[in-house]
Design a protein around this ligand. Structure first.
Ligand code: G3P
Ligand code: MG
Length: 250
């Protein structure tokens, strides 16, 4: 399934992770206020199966709690502070549910990339739960979210459940069989670590007929260089910096 509308060139990464705590509603608000037209965030399941926004399998780095999120129910996760670690102005910011994040993105007019970031062994379950929530929240007449993952199992589940929603195939370094994976999963986009992107590699990836997206780009000169070699969009922690650096070129 291809994209339902052109991508903005600048996508807020985990909201706007350099400007507000990652994967929070404050992060989404900040990304929108800084001019990002689209945000990416990571979703995984609580112990009782509710999709929330969180990057790591442990809550330690981004909240005041500790331990694996898979061992915590929604109530325990919701009691965590996901903002104070970033700065006192964000104290009390909770871990949002995916439903809350999607609802806010709609209100803010942000396009969305849901990255399915399952805990090990929960790949299919995470995709199913995330898409069930998205189907409830996201209006059918709005361009569908881009749903990405490093997990092939999760992407296969996404294709089975919502074949009409665009998928993003995530790579750190594209492996030798990347083209076979593209053929197998039929993604709308190929999302790659910017560190791996040379002009030659971008050209080869683009030959597969999909836009190439680069993460995570916080240096405007690097963003410009990536656009020059054919990258379609960059994920950035600092949308304001990248947009300012690009000037009228966005
Ligand atoms: O989706 C792009 C990027 O977010 C992938 O890496 O680890 O930041 O989720 P990560
Ligand atoms: Mg991510």
């Amino acid at each position: 399934m291809s994209l339902s509308r052109p991508l903005p060139k600048v996508i807020g990464h985990r909201g706007a992770a350099a400007r507000a705590p990652e994967n929070t509603l404050a992060g989404l608000r900040t990304a929108a206020a800084l001019g990002a037209g689209m945000v990416e965030f990571d979703t995984k399941l609580t112990g009782d199966g509710v999709p929330i926004l969180l990057h790591d399998s442990l809550v330690d780095r981004t909240t005041d709690g500790s331990g694996p999120v898979r061992d915590m129910g929604l109530a325990a996760v919701r009691a965590l502070d996901a903002g104070a670690w970033f700065g006192p102005g964000f104290a009390g910011e909770p871990v949002p549910t995916l439903a809350q994040a999607l609802s806010l993105a709609l209100r803010l007019g942000l396009a969305v990339n849901i990255e399915i970031k399952p805990c090990d062994g929960r790949e299919v379950e995470t995709a199913e739960a995330a898409l069930a929530v998205a189907a409830q929240v996201w209006p059918a007449d709005r361009p569908a979210p881009l749903v990405s993952s490093y997990s092939r199992e999760a992407l296969r589940a996404v294709r089975r459940i919502r074949p009409d929603w665009p998928r993003g195939l995530l790579f750190g370094t594209p492996p030798a069989d990347w083209m076979a994976q593209v053929d197998d999963l039929a993604p709308a986009t190929i999302n790659v670590s910017q560190r791996r992107l040379t002009a030659d590699r971008v050209a080869r990836l683009r030959a597969a007929g999909r836009p190439v997206l680069a993460y995570t780009v916080n240096d405007p000169a690097r963003a410009r260089a990536l656009f020059d070699i054919g990258v379609a969009a960059v994920f950035t922690d600092a949308p304001d910096t990248i947009l300012a650096g690009l000037g009228d070129g966005v």
